[in-house]
Write a protein that binds this ligand. Sequence first.
Ligand code: SAJ
Length: 440
Amino acid sequence: MSSWGGSIMTLLQRIQAREARVVVVGAGYVGLPLAVEVAAAGFRTTAYDKSADKVASIGRGVSYVNDVPSSKLEPLVRAGTLASSSDPESLASADVIIICVPTPLNKTKDPDNSFILDAAEMIAARMKRPQLVVLESTTFPGFTREVLLPRFVQAGRKPDLDFFLAFSPERVDPGNPKYFTHNTPKVLGGISPQSLEVARAMYACFIETLVPVSSTDSAEMVKLLENTFRAVNIGLVNEVAIMCARLHLDTWEVIQAAATKPFGFMPFYPGPGLGGHCIPIDPLYLSWKLKTLKYHARFITLADEINSAMPEFIEVMVADALNARKKAVRGSRILICGVTYKRNIDDVRESPALDIIELLQRRGAEVAYSDAHAPILRFGEQEMHSVPIEEADRFDCVVITTDHEDVDYATLCERAQLVVDTRNATRAVRAKYAAKIVSL
Ligand code: SAJ
C-alpha cells in the first residue's frame, strides 16, 4: 500500500480519523438505516434525497422507515452528526458517497438504472477532491465497471486518484428482528485493489463482517445469486402447490414434513405470488444482462412465469370455492385479508394482493380489503380504505393473501362464511372450520 498515491492515503486517514464527510444518496429503506449507522459510527453524515418530505422528516428526527426508530435518529440529528438535504451541492464536500437509489424495471421488464445515472451525473459534476463512491443499489453484473466508471472518467476524473469506486450489495431485510445493517455480513468489490481497500476501510467502521471479492462484477453477481435463489425456489414451491392441488394433497403438510430433513433441504412456502422490490425484480436484471450475451437464463424466466401466474391461480381457487356454494364471483362480496407484500410490514409494492383485487373486480366481484398495516391503498385509478376485520361476516368470501401475525384467524374463521387461505394462516383452526376453509 505504501506505493499508493497521496490521495488514497489522505482519504484512508480521514476515514480512520472519522473526519471523512459521508453522503448517502437515497434515504429510503436502505439509505436511511445506512446513514444512521454511519453517523452513529462518528461520521458527519448527510442523507440526500430528492423528496422534500423525507428531508424534512429526517430534519425533525422523525423516522419513516420501520427498521429505524426515531429514538435512534433524533439524537444524531440533534447532535448535528446526521443531516438531510436535497441540495446536490452537499455532494461536493463529501469524502465518501454511497448510492442507495431504486433500480426498478421499466414497462417492458428491462432494467431501469436511470436513478443511478442521475446520481452519477450529480457526483461527477461536483467531484473536487478524492472521493470514495460506493454503489449499493442492485444492478446487473458489469454495470459499475461498464457504465458507472466511464461516467466519472468522461467527466475528467482519474480512477484511484480522483475517485475510488466499489460495489457493495444492500442486504436489508425489512422487518427482520435479528439482522440489521451493522450485523449483516457485507460483500464488497472494487474496480481495483486500491478502491477495494478504501471501501473496506470505510465499511469496517460500522459493519461487523466484511466479505471482499475480486471485482465489482463479482459483488454484483453475488447479490443477484442471493435473490435469484429465492425467486427460483419460491417458483418451485408454488408449482409444488399447484401439483398438490391436482393430487389432492396438503401442500403445507408435505413441505413441513420435508423440512424435517436436517440436511440438503431448505423450506420455502407457496403464496399468492411474489411481492416486494427485490425478489421479483433482481433476477430479471441478471436474465436481461445474459440476454445481451446471447444466453437465455431459463430458470429465471420459468420462475418469473410461475410466480407471476399465482394471482390467477388464486382467482380460480376463489371462483371454484364460491361455485361450490352455488355462488358466482360476479356480484359476490369478497374481503381481501392482508395486502402488504409480506407479513408484519406496511409495504405494498408489487404485492400480489393488488393483482388479486383487480382480477376479482374484473370478474364482477365487489372487493374490499382489511389490513391495519396499510390503512389506505392507492393503486391504478383506485383508492381503497381498509375495513375492520370484524366485518368479515358481511362478505361471501374472505381471501387471506398476507398472514400478518396480529390478526386473530380463529375469530376470522368463526365469523366468515368462506375463507380462501393462501398463506396457511388458518392452520391452527383448519380442522375446526374445515367446511369453510379452502387452502392453497
Ligand atoms: N415469499 C413466498 N414464499 C417464501 C418466501 C417469500 O411466497 O417462502 C414471497 C413473500 O411473500 C414476498 C416475496 O416472496 O411477497 C419476497 O419475500 P422475501 O421474504 O424475499 O422478502 P423481501 O422482498 O423483503 O426480501 C428481502 C430480501 N432482501 C434483499 O434483497 C436485500 C431478500 O434478499 C431476503 O432474503 C429476504 O428479505 C428475507 O430473508 O426475508
